[in-house]
Design a protein around this ligand. Structure first.
Ligand SMILES: [Zn+2]
Length: 286
């Protein structure tokens, strides 16, 4: 699933490529992902002639603000990709795997410039909601989100305040709980805790203040570096041009089960925590 760095890459691309453009129509082959759902034509009528004011993000959630006080709220979920294609767009696919991002287009927004914004979604878990900006911002699931991990207001003090309420919860669970801190999934949880040298199964109260500070600093450092490197394409994540990110080249533990730790040579282990895999080095992490 795309996490904060991947979603930030998409949002930056949207602002760079289609901000100021106007939606002329919409097509969908999977109406279950659309809200309000009636027909693609109906949905199209509600958004046509609206100008794209800009894109923003909270955690893994994307918001595209439109003229007339409307917002498109998009969640990519497990396998969603947003692709921006010009009329002459051709994916420079090197393999079937690379080309795969283009094969599951469920929805298309046609823009005045001739470009299209396309939503590819292999597993069809993604969603698109259109409503008044105010209503989107006040959706229960949006209001319930914890502070975004790269929000300037997410300070070490704020991190401590969040943790104080959850002394018995494992740190590996806390980092992935979108209602406490939003944006981190299982790729970055593994990388952050490896960098901070803390085991994910440690409960908050068992971790020293010094180590909590290391976790906080690792969170900011790793997420910022991953944003700079346009995300992790360990699986099928692609940016809006269909190109992979680069952070997979510098991963230390994620998906490296049975490989040697780059720091100490110990074999990396995969464990399950919160129903998701977590990768650890039992020597580097305590
Ligand atoms: Zn190690």
């Amino acid at each position: 699933m795309p996490e904060l760095p991947e979603v930030q890459t998409v949002v930056s691309d949207l602002n760079k490529k289609i901000k100021g453009d106007t939606i002329v129509s919409f097509w969908s082959e999977w109406l279950k992902a659309i809200k309000p759902a009636s027909s693609a034509d109906e949905f199209s009528k509600k958004i046509q002639n609206r100008k794209i004011i800009g894109a923003r993000r909270i955690g893994k959630n994307i918001f595209i603000d439109l003229s007339g006080g409307k917002t498109l709220y998009i969640h990519l979920k497990m396998t969603g990709h947003l692709l921006i294609k010009s009329k002459s767009y051709k994916l420079k696919a090197k393999s079937y795997f690379e080309d795969r991002v283009n094969q599951y287009i469920r929805h298309k927004f046609f823009l005045k410039s001739g470009r299209t914004l396309e939503f590819s979604d292999l597993r069809k878990f993604g969603k698109i909601v259109l409503d008044d900006t105010e209503k989107i911002n006040n959706l229960k699931e949006i209001k319930a989100l914890g502070i975004d991990a790269l929000d300037p207001k997410f300070t070490f003090k704020k991190f401590q305040e969040i943790l104080e309420k959850k002394p018995k919860v494992k740190i590996g669970i806390i980092l992935m709980d979108q209602n406490l801190i939003s944006g981190i999934g299982n790729i970055y949880r593994s990388e952050i805790l490896f960098d901070a040298k803390v085991l994910p199964e440690r409960t908050v109260k068992s971790i020293s203040k010094k180590d909590l500070e290391k976790i906080y600093k690792a969170t900011i450092k790793i997420l910022k570096k991953a944003v700079k490197m346009r995300g992790t394409s360990d699986s099928d994540y692609r940016d809006t041009s269909g190109a992979p990110g680069n952070f997979q080249k510098v991963l230390m533990v994620y998906n490296k089960e049975k490989q040697k730790c780059k720091k100490c040579g110990t074999i990396i282990k995969r464990e399950t925590l919160g129903q998701r895999s977590v990768f650890i080095c039992k020597k580097c992490q305590k």
